[in-house]
Write a protein that binds this ligand. Structure first.
Ligand SMILES: Cc1cc2nc3c(=O)[nH]c(=O)nc-3n(C[C@H](O)[C@H](O)[C@H](O)COP(=O)(O)OP(=O)(O)OC[C@H]3O[C@@H](n4cnc5c(N)ncnc54)[C@H](O)[C@@H]3O)c2cc1C
Length: 265
């Protein structure tokens, strides 16, 4: 690891001003992605600004037909939240499937979204639940937030403070995990809203994406059989030592059908 300064911010505003003052400084939340990259010398930063204990980033509350989760909430806290279980049980299930207990007790919602790993779980829920990503500067729709592999719409000194999820009529998340890392080889979050169906696929492509053909078919007929004959385009799927692009496209269809079946109870 290259040397760096460590600073603990006491407010979001203080963290923003520290980022603005130093181009090479980086936010530190749970450290589950950032510290691993720094230990391997894949990343070098002059300073880490620790936002891991900011009260402003905590809290889970219902606001009308939306569930608002603080960016600093740990995966384990989302998994154990009675309010999440009551309003969007699929989100609690998803959080409980991330990594292992250490990762779930350290890793945060904001860190997972800012990192935008192509195999991470939360981006799929964020997209399928038509979320608004609330930052220190603005509110960004999930459709505009995820830009590509490890790329988001966030500016250099912008901090995610909370995520506002639309509460669906029904939703389910199914993933086929890599047995070593628990990251998704393919994961599907299916949500049925009063306004339509949203299906987000993670793990299979270079970035989380909406499966629009699945959505259209499920809007007409919300059963697994409705998407059984639809093949996903494999031209933008990941191909690596764990599986080919064709395998991942097939797997994404399988987990999507299982998620629809899980929605039906
Ligand atoms: C062994 C292992 C297994 C894992 N398995 C899974 C898995 O199965 N599924 C899965 O989804 N993930 C998995 N992860 C990743 C885990 O979910 C991380 O917690 C997450 O990706 C990053 O969250 P963090 O809070 O640790 O962020 P950090 O590592 O601290 O930060 C990650 C990035 O986000 C930025 N950042 C952090 N917070 C904010 C914020 N509020 N606003 C703006 N930028 C911010 C940081 O500057 C950094 O660039 C795994 C990690 C490990 C080590």
């Amino acid at each position: 690891m290259y040397p760096f300064d460590y600073r603990r911010a006491t407010t979001v505003a203080e963290a923003v001003s520290q980022l603005r003052a130093d181009d090479s400084a980086k936010l530190l939340a749970g450290g589950q992605s950032l510290l691993a990259a720094m230990k391997q010398r894949l990343a070098m930063h002059s300073a880490l600004i620790d936002i891991g204990r900011l009260p402003e980033l905590k809290g889970i509350r219902r606001e009308g037909d939306r569930l608002v989760v603080g960016a600093g909430e740990k995966h384990a806290d989302v998994a154990a939240s009675a309010l999440v279980a009551e309003t969007i049980p699929a989100l609690a299930t998803l959080a409980g499937l991330i990594g292992d207990p250490l990762v779930r007790h350290m890793g945060s919602l904001g860190g997972a979204l800012a990192n935008n790993d192509p195999s991470a779980d939360y981006p799929s829920a964020t997209l399928a639940l038509d979320a608004q990503i609330i930052t220190s500067e603005r509110s960004i729709t999930a459709d505009d937030f995820f830009r590509g592999m490890f790329e988001t719409a966030l500016g250099a000194s912008e901090i995610i403070t909370a995520v506002s999820f639309a509460i669906p009529q029904r939703a389910a998340y199914i993933k086929f995990p890599n047995p070593a890392s628990r990251y998704a080889m393919a994961g599907a979050f299916v949500a049925r809203h009063a306004t339509g169906v949203r299906v987000a696929i993670t793990g299979a492509g270079s970035c989380v994406f909406r499966a629009r053909d699945f959505e259209a078919a499920l809007a007409r007929d919300f059963r697994p059989e409705a998407i059984a004959g639809i093949a996903l385009d494999d031209s933008h799927m990941i191909a690596d030592m764990h599986g080919s692009a064709a395998y991942r496209a097939h797997l994404a269809g399988v987990v999507a059908r299982r998620a629809v079946a899980a929605c039906m109870g």
